[in-house]
Design a protein around this ligand. Sequence first.
Ligand code: AP5
Ligand code: ZN
Length: 217
Amino acid sequence: AVLILLGPPGAGKGTQARMLEEKFGLVQLSTGDLLRAAVAAGTEAGKVAKAVMEAGELVSDGIVIAILRDRMAEPDCARGVILDGFPRTTVQAEALDGLLAETGQKIGAAISLEVEDAEMVSRISGRYTCAGCGEGYHDTFKQPAQSGKCDKCGSTEFKRRADDNAETVASRLAAYHEQTAPLIEYYKGKGVLKQIDAMGEIGEIAHNLETIVKGAM
Ligand code: AP5
Ligand code: ZN
C-alpha cells in the first residue's frame, strides 16, 4: 500500500517514517531528502531547488513530481511506500492519483500529524541528524544515548539543515497553511484521512501510527 504522512515542518514526519520503515519494511520516500540530494549533487533540478528551499518556499510541482515519479518507478517501491512530505499541493495530490492509477496501487491512509505552530519552532531549531546514517536527533527531545555518538551507526559526525533557522521556519509554516493544509479536506473526501495528535512523545505517537498502518496495509 501507499501511505501518506501529512503535517507541518517539524511535526515528526521523518522521525515516524523511519520507524515505520524499520517496523513494516515499507520504503520511506521523502521528497525533502531527494531534493537535498539533488542540491548536493548539483543536478539541474538541484540548482533550481536550492534557493527555493533556503527561502522556505515550495519547489515547483513539475520538479517535485518528476523526482517522485522516478523514485516510485524503482523496484523496491513495490513493497509499499510511506510518503514523507509529498504531496504538498493539490496539483501534486492529483498527479499522485494519476500515477497510482497507472501502477494499480492504492492509498491505504493519509495520516495527518497535528501539532501546534509554537511546538514546531522549538522542534526544528533543536534538530540535527547523523552525517553517517541520517538518524534524526534533537538537542532536548532526542539525544544519543552516548553523547556525541550516533545510536544507530556509531558515527561522531552530525549536521544541521540550512533551512532550519527562525526566518525560514516562518515561511515554511506559511507555505504549509496555505498550500498543504487543504489536502486534509482532499483526503477526507476520498475517505482515507486519519488525524493523530502529534504533540505527545515520539514513542506514543509511533504506537498510534502503527495501529493505523496495520489496518491500512
Ligand atoms: P522537508 O524535508 O519535507 O521538510 P519539512 O516538511 O519542513 O519537514 P521537516 O523535515 O522539517 O520535519 P519533519 O516533520 O520530518 O520532522 P522531524 O521528524 O525531522 O522539506 C524541506 C523543503 O524541501 C521544503 O521547505 C520545500 O522547499 C522542499 N520540498 C520538499 N518536499 C516538497 C514538495 N512535495 N513540494 C514542494 N517542495 C518540497 O522532527 C523534527 C525534530 O523534532 C527532530 O529533531 C525530532 O527529533 C524532533 N521530534 C520529532 N517528533 C517529536 C516529538 N513527538 N516530540 C519532541 N520532539 C520530536
Ligand atoms: Zn548514524
